[in-house]
Each structure stands twice: as structure tokens, then as C-alpha cells.
Design a protein around this ligand. Structure first.
Ligand code: ZN
Length: 234
């Protein structure tokens, strides 16, 4: 059996086995002793993306694993094949099970990558600034909603919140109307940005940097203003 994360040595009174799409899962609860870590950095802005899982204001980038793309294309292929199977046939039922398994694999790869990123962030940074994706209004934009679902933004922020508690960091939820993409993280100038613009190039001060890094730096700035609990430079 493999798990996403190392588990602490502990005793547990009961556990549950369950089966999903032919895979077995074990779940149990345990008491967590303090896992608070010493922080390497003070404030960090975390910009979540679709092609890139997350970009930190420190310049650290979490890319989506290659295995995710492979698993996703396999899933798409299996789904196309399903259309050619006769309804109610054994072949169709077997295909459905294959699809469920492939779907589970996509979810597992994505979850694994998300766990690695959120653990790193919460273990190493005292204050984590992340966009607030729990606003219900966001789901009204269907195109955006699809992208959000795909990039697993909700799961990412959910993990950030509980891991911040576990590792002793603080989360600043940044209002989704805050224009982190449009602001220059160097001089504060605001300019429109198309979705296709991958580089931020400030018309005012000439500062040029990666679009996601610029956004992450703005989120960090927001957190410093919203939560000036640390006496730091920068
Ligand atoms: Zn500027």
C-alpha cells in the first residue's frame, strides 16, 4: 500500500476499508501531536494556475506532473470508445469500469501533486496568501468554473487551510476581485491583461516578469497589508 504522505507513528482504534472502481481504500483517524514547523520564509503569495499547479512569490513553481496529462488522455480515449459499445452489453459494462479506474487515476495523480505543494507551502511559510475560491459567485461564470474545477483550486485551498493549522502558519484569503494579475508588483500600476498574455510588462515602470509570478508577488503584498503581524523587510 502506498499513501500520499508519511503518516505519524500512532495507534488507531478502528479503520474502514472501502472499494471504489476496483481499488481498495483504507481510512482511519488518529490524534495529531503538534507538527508545527520552523518557517524559512515570512509571507508567501500563491498563484494557482491551470497549466502550472501553483506559482509562489519566492519563484518556486509547482508544475503539473507529466503523468497527469498521460492519464487524462487515456481517460479521454476510453470515453470515446464507450460510444461504440452496445448499451447493456458486458463489453460496455467492462468499459465503464475501465473509465472509472482511469478517472480515479487522474484524480489520484492530481491529489498527490496538490498534497506535495500544499505541504511544502504550509511547512515553510509563516503567512500564506491565496485567492478565495470559496466565493459562490465564481461558479456563475461557466467557462471559468470548468477551469477552476479542472485545476482543482478548491481542493488546493482546502488543503492549505487545514495544513496551515497543522503546521502553524496563517492563511490570508485574498478577495477574488483583487486584481492580482493586472497590478504591477513593482510599482502598483494597473493595466489590462489578456488571458493569453504570459508575461507582465509594465507600461509605467517597464518591469517585466512572468504573469503568474507577478500575480503571486501581488498576493504576497496584499497579505502584508492585510496581516502585518510580522516585522519583516521586503
Ligand atoms: Zn510597474
Amino acid at each position: 500500500m502506498s499513501t500520499y504522505e508519511g503518516l505519524p507513528h500512532t495507534t488507531t482504534k478502528s479503520f474502514t476499508l472501502s472499494q471504489k472502481a476496483g481499488d481498495w481504500y483504507i481510512s482511519f483517524s488518529y490524534e495529531i501531536e503538534s507538527e508545527i514547523t520552523e518557517k524559512q520564509h515570512d509571507y508567501v503569495g500563491v498563484d494557482l494556475g491551470i497549466k502550472t499547479l501553483a506559482t509562489l512569490s519566492t519563484g518556486v513553481v509547482f508544475v503539473n506532473p507529466k503523468a497527469l496529462k498521460q492519464a487524462q488522455s487515456k481517460l479521454n480515449r476510453l470515453q470515446r470508445q464507450l460510444q461504440h459499445k452496445v448499451k447493456g452489453s458486458n463489453r460496455r459494462n467492462r468499459q465503464k469500469l475501465r473509465i472509472a479506474k482511469a478517472h480515479r487515476r487522474v484524480t489520484n495523480i492530481r491529489l498527490d501533486a496538490t498534497h506535495k505543494a500544499t505541504s511544502f507551502i504550509c511547512k515553510n511559510h509563516a503567512v500564506v496568501a491565496i485567492e478565495d475560491f470559496n466565493s459562490s459567485g465564481m461558479m456563475h461564470n461557466h467557462k471559468l468554473a470548468a477551469a477552476v474545477g479542472d485545476a482543482n483550486f478548491y481542493e488546493f485551498s482546502r488543503q492549505i487551510e487545514y495544513k496551515a493549522t497543522r503546521y502553524g502558519s496563517k492563511v490570508v484569503l485574498v478577495d477574488r476581485w483583487y486584481p492580482s494579475t493586472q497590478l504591477c508588483s513593482n510599482c502598483g500600476f494597473k493595466q489590462p491583461m489578456k488571458l493569453s498574455d504570459r508575461v507582465y510588462s509594465c507600461q509605467e515602470c517597464g518591469y517585466t516578469t512572468d504573469r503568474d509570478l507577478n500575480a503571486a508577488r501581488n498576493l504576497r503584498k496584499y497579505a502584508r497589508m492585510a496581516s502585518p503581524c510580522l516585522d519583516v523587510e521586503g
